[in-house]
Structure formats: structure tokens, C-alpha cells
Design a protein around this ligand. Structure first.
Ligand SMILES: C[S@@+](CC[C@H](N)C(=O)[O-])C[C@H]1O[C@@H](n2cnc3c(N)ncnc32)[C@H](O)[C@@H]1O
Length: 258
């Protein structure tokens, strides 16, 4: 096997905590899929989770982070991957008078809902796009943004998404859950219940249980910066990654080609 092939194999099995993750960090991860990634789960359950994500309060901050990456470009062309409900792109349109957005997701039901909610907005286009195989020409965007979604991809696919997004765009911004410090990882189920409890009391368990399920899996699948750096190197050694300052629970990484 060539050196290059053996590196690909390493990336496929790389822990979410990075190549040098500790014993505990390696065990506190999962290959179990979230409901929103499963084809055997009804659209109704998936949209319950997407609806809860829509109600979170991070979309405006994420839109401002995205726009900070395209300062100086008059009419930035932005592609959002894994948009879910489309709130981030809606905020970008609200905050920037000339930006255009292509709002996408792998899930056709989510894309159809986004299309309805954007209601004929002239600066927005919607379509189904797989982040790991993007149907767009080289250098066709100024920014690709992927929010709260990168952990959905196993390492080999995450590396492919980095290669694809930096092929079609000058910058690729990933905003995602930061992986918790290792000693805290075993507490994730309890943390999930604490986070979901107020919502469960207000809305009832049928709404909150699917969200709790996906939130716990998300925390176990989140990547550490060391893993993200290794993914970029595996995608192409000519890709650099810069981590933006910010506080947990979010991690913000900008990928670009040297
Ligand atoms: C947790 S939701 C994030 C929604 C939204 N971006 C937010 O910030 O709340 C993850 C989204 O990623 C999408 N997704 C998963 N795998 C994907 C892929 N390979 N390509 C594009 N989208 C994907 C899912 O369908 C889902 O809508």
C-alpha cells in the first residue's frame, strides 16, 4: 500500500478527538446516526428536530460570523450547506443588502420548506446539495458556510467536504459544536437531559425526545481542532485552516487554499 493510501485509511478511522486522542476521548464517540441523517426515520420526526434547531438563538451570530468572512466584497456570493431550516441564510439576507445566497441541504423536505419560507426572495436560490459532492464549478462562490452540521460527516466524508468547498469557494467556514473537554465527555447524557428539560416541560416529551437524541449524538460526534487540522491535511496539504476566536460551545474554522 502506498503512503498516500495508508493516510486515507488513517483518516477513515481517525478519532473525533484527533489523531492523538486519549483512550477515554476515543471511547466517548459514536457511529450511531442522528434521526435527521436516517432514511428509515419519518419526515415528521426529522422536522421536529429541525424545528427545534430553528428556534435556537445562534443564527444571527452565525450570520455575522459568515459576513465577517466576506468583508470588502460588494455582492458576496454565499453557499450555505446543511441549511436545515434556512434561518442562517435568512439572517444573512436581512443583514447584507446585496449578498446572494444559495441555500441547500441534503434533505429534500427541508429544502422544500426553506423554499416556502424564503418566499420568492430574489437574492436566494434553494437546491438539494450533498456537502461531500457539490455540483458547482470551481471558484463559483466567495464563501461556503456549514453551520452545526460538520459533525454529521464521518472523517473521510468530512475531508471530502473540505476539498469540495475549497474547490468551489475562496473560503469555507465551518461553525459547529466544540468537542467537550475529555473529563466532561462521560457526562454528555446528563448534560443533554439538563439542556432539554426546560423544553420538555413546556412542549412535552414527544417534541423534546427526538431533539435530545440528536443533541447527545452530536456532542459525541463533535470534532476537536486537532481532528479538523488533520482532516484539512488529508483533504489536500495545500488547504490551510484558521480557527476563529470564540467561546465554547462553538468552534469556528475557516478553510482556504494556499
Ligand atoms: C443539525 S442540522 C443544522 C441545521 C442548521 N444549519 C443550523 O445551524 O441549525 C444538520 C443539517 O445537515 C444536513 N446534512 C447532513 N449531511 C449532509 C450532507 N452530506 N450534505 C448536506 N447537508 C447534510 C442535515 O440534513 C441537517 O439539515
Amino acid at each position: 500500500m502506498s503512503e498516500q493510501q495508508s493516510y486515507v485509511v488513517d483518516i477513515e478511522t481517525m478519532p473525533r478527538g484527533g489523531p492523538n486522542a486519549s483512550w477515554l476521548d476515543r471511547r466517548m464517540q459514536t457511529d450511531v446516526l442522528e434521526y435527521i441523517d436516517r432514511y428509515d426515520v419519518s419526515d415528521r420526526i426529522k422536522q421536529v428536530v429541525i424545528g427545534e434547531l430553528d428556534r435556537q438563538d445562534w443564527h444571527e451570530d452565525n450570520a455575522r460570523t459568515a459576513l465577517a468572512s466576506v468583508v470588502g466584497i460588494d455582492s458576496p456570493r454565499i453557499l450555505e450547506l446543511g441549511a436545515g431550516h434556512g434561518k442562517l441564510s435568512a439572517k444573512i439576507l436581512e443583514l447584507h443588502p446585496t449578498a446572494t445566497v444559495t441555500v441547500t441541504d441534503l434533505d429534500p423536505t427541508s429544502v422544500a420548506n426553506i423554499e416556502k419560507s424564503l418566499g420568492g426572495q430574489q437574492r436566494a436560490t434553494t437546491k438539494v446539495v450533498d456537502a461531500t459532492a457539490i455540483d458547482a464549478p470551481d471558484n463559483s462562490y466567495d464563501l461556503v458556510v456549514f453551520a452545526m452540521s460538520f459533525h454529521h460527516l464521518r472523517p473521510a466524508l468530512a475531508a471530502r467536504a473540505i476539498a469540495e468547498a475549497t474547490r468551489i469557494s475562496t473560503k469555507f467556514l465551518v461553525i459547529d459544536l466544540a468537542r467537550l473537554p475529555t473529563p466532561v465527555l462521560p457526562l454528555i447524557p446528563a448534560l443533554g437531559v439538563l439542556i432539554a428539560a426546560p423544553g420538555a416541560l413546556r412542549k412535552g416529551p414527544l417534541t423534546i425526545l427526538p431533539f435530545l437524541h440528536d443533541a447527545i449524538i452530536s456532542m459525541l460526534r463533535a470534532y476537536r481542532p486537532q481532528a479538523i487540522t488533520a482532516l484539512a491535511a488529508a483533504a489536500d496539504p495545500a488547504i490551510k485552516v484558521e480557527f476563529l476566536p470564540g467561546s465554547p460551545p462553538l468552534l469556528r474554522a475557516v478553510f482556504s487554499r494556499l
